[in-house]
Write a protein that binds this ligand. Structure first.
Ligand SMILES: Nc1nc2c(ncn2[C@@H]2O[C@H](COP(=O)(O)OP(=O)(O)OP(=O)(O)O)[C@@H](O)[C@H]2O)c(=O)[nH]1
Ligand SMILES: [Mg+2]
Length: 240
């Protein structure tokens, strides 16, 4: 669409960006529960691209999934850290032709977890991020008031070989943006971008965005990014 409208042309009700956001949100809304596994190594194999939601305990992973899918209780969100103990998979797309799986993973960094369990978590997570065949994207949720912590950075290192080659896409979602003012938000974005710079290559697909489940900030952006990951064909067809 050009900026200058020809006279006599009907007014365009929505911009392409707005309609892309609508399409992405409608797609996200199709999410339904697929299965649950108590361990990452018990996740069933499947052929669909899998997008994993990862982050520290209490970062807001389950809430982000509920907000994105516009379903109040699809994923279990809670004030109690460590609420998500299992890995829950959700399927998206038309019922007869699902096209994507979301994985809500247990959070890490919860202080009350004993050392042995923490080490086991690291092993399993490293394995999942490095070898899970269907993994096509990672959404890393970070509370911008705390920034990227050691465990977040470790996780990035686990998946880095596949991010730098473009095999796995990465979106860092700075959650609870409603707790920040504009200046703090910009600062958080800059810090996250600086931390991610080492993974950027010609092949990589890495994004950072502010997000608030409360105010719906960044909702369309995140939905559109994930939709584009899962529908690269639609995106390239849509590009002028
Ligand atoms: N203000 C605000 N609170 C949020 C937001 N997103 C999540 N929360 C709150 O943060 C807490 C944790 O949210 P969850 O979605 O359960 O976090 P989680 O990352 O799934 O946690 P685990 O399952 O323990 O790993 C809840 O009290 C949420 O209401 C947000 O955007 N803004
Ligand atoms: Mg959770």
């Amino acid at each position: 669409m050009s900026d200058t409208q020809r006279s006599g042309a009907p007014p365009t009700p929505v911009s392409p960006a707005a309609s892309a956001g609508k399409t992405a949100l409608a797609w996200a809304h199709t999410a339904r529960f697929l299965t649950t596994a108590s361990r990452l190594d018990q996740l069933p194999p499947h052929e669909l691209p899998e997008i994993a939601f990862v982050g520290r305990s209490n970062a807001g992973k389950s809430t982000a999934i509920n907000t994105l899918t516009q379903q109040r209780q699809l994923a279990f969100a809670s004030k109690t850290p460590g609420r998500t103990q299992h890995i829950n998979l959700f399927e998206l797309g038309p019922k007869s032709a699902a096209d994507t799986v979301f994985a809500d993973l247990p959070g890490y960094g919860y202080a009350a977890v004993e050392r042995a369990a923490k080490l086991r978590w690291q092993e399993v997570m490293a394995e999942y991020l490095a070898v899970r065949r269907s993994l096509s994207g990672v959404v890393l949720l970070v509370d911008p008031r705390h920034g990227l912590k050691d465990l977040d950075r470790q996780l990035l290192q686990f998946v880095a070989p596949r991010v730098t080659t473009g095999q796995v896409k990465l979106l860092v979602v700075l959650t609870k943006a409603d707790k920040l003012n504009r200046k703090e938000g910009n600062e958080a974005l800059r810090e996250a971008q600086a931390a991610l710079a080492e993974f950027v290559t010609d092949e990589s697909d890495i994004g950072v965005t502010l997000f608030s489940a409360l105010k719906k900030t960044g909702l369309e952006d995140v939905a559109t990014t994930l939709y584009d990951w899962s529908h690269p064909q639609a995106t390239s067809d849509g590009a002028a």
